[in-house]
Write a protein that binds this ligand. Structure first.
Ligand code: S3P
Length: 462
């Protein structure tokens, strides 16, 4: 990629060119891997770079398609965005209030986070922008973000049926500060309101009944804004942002993404004899629900070398093949592992006894309907499962290490969903017969080197 190229690091599939991939039962996985940079933080690093005055330098950025789209949008809104090395980027921002109107539609591809956060940015500026994306993004609910932004003074000039993309949003340089209670636990809604609130006079606050990832709050503070957080109930929080701060460029170091680390970790747990070290994983407490769950299931995961990198605690995780047992995962844990349920379902399929995952309604509105996709995929590979309301129950088998615990021998429909693709590819490493996915294209949105990194550990993937 050249210095100003904002296309994907590895191009995602065009809708008409599918690239199937197959995984096969593998010998013990061994070695170490550093997963790619955190996707949530990478989007936010670009966006804060756009809004700050001066040059923001970023290290460890995820060079996946989703984040590249956000970089391209930042450029269309007036920032100078450059690649200066592997995972190293600079953004020269225009400063809060100084964005330019993009000449063309902002195409966010598959990226819900990039599009929704940028809607918040546009809502607080005197610009009009068109938001669009691929077939998956065009189906995703956007009213949840547009509703509060309209309360703040933005106008939706056009939208597709159901308030979906393509959407034309007109911002205002003078948004109203609001106190907004998010109707669902969503860091994207919270972040969009806070980003719009940057331009509002006075305090904007967001109340969330269940705490969600706090990267926006932390990064806003890092760039000079005043953001306070108070606890309002066992799981709930109020986040208060003082409007119209001076945002000043700041260096950002992006740690390894726990949502991507989940794949080598679970692979090591289910492939007999494995011993894998996953390096530099972000340990933000609002992101590690999967780790807590796997440990409860009896996973042999050793957490070593806890340290702080770029304002986040990180650690190296050593995972060894384990005899897992089925458990009940409480609904309250969902926000801290919302993207990890597909891979948890894979682990659960190898566990002894049933695993019940409660409160998964938000899975229906991710890159695909993940609840339906996981249930259909498990059924296809011979794993007992049932969806009961918002719960997913996975039957479990005889325990990891039991040869042929999962039959396999099916091709899984990925429906433009990277996490469905990677989860079932991991499952194929320990199933009796190979497992194929119909298209690897979307893996490039979050983990472009997934296949080669897994192969290096000894995974049979082709
Ligand atoms: C994200 C928030 C989550 C998550 C997504 C990334 C973020 O979405 O699923 O992959 O970076 O804010 P919701 O906010 O819709 O739960």
């Amino acid at each position: 990629m050249n210095e100003t190229d904002h296309s994907a690091a590895s191009p995602v599939s065009r809708a008409d060119v599918r690239r199937p991939v197959t995984t096969r039962r593998s010998r013990a996985l061994k070695g170490r891997m550093r997963p790619p940079g955190d996707k949530s933080m990478s989007h936010r690093a670009f966006i804060l770079g756009l809004l700050a005055r001066g040059e923001t330098s970023i290290e460890g950025l995820l060079e996946g398609d989703d984040v590249m789209r956000t970089g391209a949008a930042c450029r269309a809104l007036g920032a100078i965005v450059k690649r200066v090395g592997e995972g190293r980027w600079t953004v020269v921002g225009r400063g809060l209030g100084s964005l330019v109107g993009p000449r063309e539609a902002l195409d966010f591809g598959n990226a819900g986070t990039g599009s929704r956060l940028m809607m918040g940015v546009v809502a607080g500026h005197d610009v009009t922008a068109t938001f669009d994306g691929d077939a998956s993004l065009r189906k995703r609910p956007m009213r949840r973000v547009l509703d509060p932004l309209v309360l703040m003074g933005a106008e939706v000039l056009a939208a597709a049926e159901g308030g979906c993309c393509p959407i034309v949003l007109k911002g205002t340089p003078d948004p109203r500060p609001v106190e907004y209670t998010t109707p669902v636990a969503s860091a994207q809604i919270k972040s969009a309101v806070l980003l719009a609130g940057l331009s509002a006079p006075g305090a904007t606050s967001v109340i969330e009944k269940e705490a969600t990832r706090d990267h926006t709050e932390k990064m806003l503070r890092h760039f000079g804004a005043t953001v306070s957080t108070e606890s309002i109930s066992e799981h709930g929080r109020r986040i208060i942002l003082e409007g119209r701060p001076q945002l000043v460029a700041a260096p950002v170091v992006v740690p390894a993404d726990p949502s991507s680390a989940a794949f080598p970790l679970v692979a090591a747990l289910i492939v007999p004899g494995s011993d894998v070290l996953v390096e530099g994983m972000m340990m933000n407490p609002l992101r590690i629900g999967l780790l807590a769950t796997l440990l409860e299931m009896g996973a042999d995961i050793e957490i070593t070398d806890r340290r702080v990198e770029g304002g986040e605690e990180v650690a190296d995780l050593r995972a060894r093949a384990s005899l897992l047992r089925g458990i009940e995962v409480p609904a309250a844990r969902a926000p801290s592992m919302i993207d990890e349920y597909p891979i948890l379902a894979v682990a659960a399929a190898f566990a002894r006894g049933e695993t019940r995952m409660r409160g998964l309604h938000e899975l229906r509105v991710k890159e695909s309907d993940r609840l339906a996709a996981v249930a259909a995929g498990l059924k296809a590979v011979g794993v007992a499962q049932v969806v009961e309301g918002d719960d997913l129950v996975v039957g479990g088998t005889a325990g990891a290490g039991t040869v042929g615990a999962v039959k396999g021998g099916a091709t899984i429909a990925t429906n433009l969903d990277h996490r469905i693709a990677m989860s079932f590819l991991v499952m194929g490493l320990a199933s009796q017969a190979p497992i194929a996915i119909d298209d690897e294209g979307m893996i490039a949105t979050s983990f472009p080197a997934f296949k080669s990194e897994m192969s290096k550990l000894g995974a049979e993937v082709s």
